[in-house]
Design a protein around this ligand. Structure first.
Ligand code: 4NP
Length: 158
């Protein structure tokens, strides 16, 4: 049997954007008959072991998604070996991984998330941590659209 491919979503704290990306991917990939192994991590370890941020959880629930089963963990160098593709939420996350850990053989695994409409383009998910409820809702809507585009792309090649 073919081994399951593994995808990792990365942000700074692993309590706002990347756990939501992971949970949305779990939901949306089933609609596309995809079955990736999924995880998320933060470039920092500030929130290790914590639940997703209460504002992210509340916003996700409002949108019909319970993400309270997730716990934060820090990105580790072995993730570059263990995962097939790694999606960072913004350019800072991507640069932090490159600076700290990257070998050239892993470069192809790292990218931002796809643009919802423009194939071959990428988007950043803005950090909502110091923002308002509207910023959290914006993150949800952006991630929902981008992860849908990702599933559409992946369903063509897997
Ligand atoms: P995240 O958001 O990277 O989307 O999980 C943040 C969470 C925590 C902090 C910053 C951003 N912080 O500064 O603690």
């Amino acid at each position: 049997m073919k081994e399951k491919k593994k995808l990792l979503f990365v942000c700074l704290g692993n309590i706002c954007r990347s756990p939501l990306a992971e949970a949305l991917m779990r939901q949306i990939q089933t609609e596309y008959n995809l079955n990736f192994e999924l995880d998320s991590a933060g470039t920092s370890g500030y929130h290790n072991g914590e639940l997703p941020d209460a504002r992210t959880r509340a916003n996700a629930l409002k949108n019909g998604l319970d993400i309270s089963y997730l716990r934060a963990r820090q990105f580790k160098p072995n993730d570059l070996e263990a995962f097939d593709q790694i999606f960072t939420m913004d350019r800072n996350n991507l640069l932090d991984i490159q600076k700290a850990h990257l070998k050239s053989e892993h470069l192809h695994k790292l990218s931002l998330l796809p643009h919802p409409e423009k194939q071959g383009e990428y988007i950043e998910i803005p950090d909502p941590y110091f923002g308002t409820e509207t910023d959290f809702e914006n993150v949800f809507q952006l991630l929902n659209k981008s992860i849908t585009a990702l599933c559409r792309e992946l369903s063509k090649i897997n």
